[in-house]
Write a protein that binds this ligand. Structure first.
Ligand code: ADP
Ligand code: ZN
Length: 214
């Protein structure tokens, strides 16, 4: 069933649920373009664009960037990749975004995965998360695999995101509960939602993800 039409995989889950890690693997195995709205926004900030400057104020306190800004950014991406399978990571995050998305994905074969984890686990994971400045790969300070020289395998420097500080993390989780959780119901009603427990190791979760995609 998940074959003929141009694919769209929507990955839902709280901040720190492990979306980014699974997203990389899904995109590689199923040959999908990986669209992370968080990464797009951070690139805008790094390039000091107008969009970046206005987005940064929201991101630093853990609030969502306004829907119209995000939708415009995503629509541009879809129009450039009309014939490609796409994996969405960090979008949609509100019902308004999901409704906007539906307008430019007509005819695509959609599959939604939600990676579910407990709030306590999320706070711990995010506080010890480090990201590569160059390739965006994610590492965890608390794992034995963390590189002692704080360098990514690509050579890039590892750093802690500004919004991975405890106060901001709490805000992001509250925003997730209030604004993004309702999407689980939204996609369940459309009949293509798979829920995946995200509590195991990245490899355990990856096995379940592949089982769900089929
Ligand atoms: P995480 O999922 O770990 O919170 P992201 O990189 O997806 O990390 O997002 C970081 C921040 O970027 C969010 O807290 C929010 O401010 C902003 N952002 C990313 N995607 C969206 C979106 N779809 N809608 C609104 N804001 C977004
Ligand atoms: Zn890297």
């Amino acid at each position: 069933m998940f074959d003929e039409k141009v694919k769209l995989v929507i990955l839902l889950g709280a901040p720190g649920a492990g979306k980014g890690t699974q997203a990389e693997r899904i995109a590689a195995k199923y040959n999908l373009k990986h669209l992370s709205t968080g990464d797009l926004l951070r690139a805008e900030i790094e390039n000091s664009t107008e969009l970046g400057k206005s987005a940064q104020a929201y991101m630093n306190v853990g609030k969502l960037v306004p829907d119209d800004v995000i939708l415009k950014m995503v629509e541009t991406y879809f129009s450039r990749h009309a014939d490609c399978g796409i994996l969405l990571d960090g979008f949609p995050r509100t019902i308004a975004q999901a409704e906007g998305l539906a307008r430019f994905t007509v005819g695509r074969n959609i599959l939604t995965l939600s990676i579910d984890v407990e709030a306590d686990a999320v706070i711990e994971r995010l506080s010890s998360r480090r990201s590569c400045k160059v390739c965006k790969k994610i590492y965890n300070l608390a794992l034995p695999t963390y590189p002692p020289d704080e360098r990514c395998e690509c050579g890039g420097e590892l750093y802690q995101r500004d919004d991975d500080k405890p106060e901001t993390i709490r805000n992001r989780l509250a925003v997730y509960d209030a604004q993004t959780m309702p999407l689980i119901e939204f996609y369940r009603n459309q009949g293509f939602l798979h829920r995946i427990p995200g509590s195991g190791s990245p490899d355990d979760v990856w096995t379940k993800v592949q089982g769900a995609i089929g």
